[in-house]
Design a protein. Structure first.
Length: 94
């Protein structure tokens, strides 16, 4: 399966992210990048705020990756059918 080159983040995350310190936000970002790239889940050593935020983002990353896989599959199937039919010469001349 092809894997996406990234993941989406949403503006509605801004408010809860603002409640984290810059250090926490940096640790969270690095953990999310690692998870998106390798699937590795980070242990935040008892920092509940980071654990909660990570679980929220993780679910959205998983959902985005599933949607990506579905779109790739649909496009592959469409390509196997030959794609959109070419326009006939008659319709081009009109």
């Amino acid at each position: 399966m092809k894997t996406p080159k990234g993941f989406f983040t949403y503006f509605h995350h801004a408010e809860p992210l603002a409640m984290l310190s810059d250090e926490q936000a940096g640790r969270l970002y690095k953990a999310l990048m690692r998870y998106g790239d390798t699937g590795e889940v980070t242990d935040f050593d008892g920092d509940c705020a980071l654990g909660v935020m990570f679980s929220i983002f993780k679910k959205e990353i998983d959902h985005n990756f599933e949607r990506y896989a579905e779109i790739c599959e649909k496009r592959s199937e469409a390509g196997k059918k030959g794609g959109r039919p070419r326009k006939s010469k008659e319709s081009e001349e009109e």
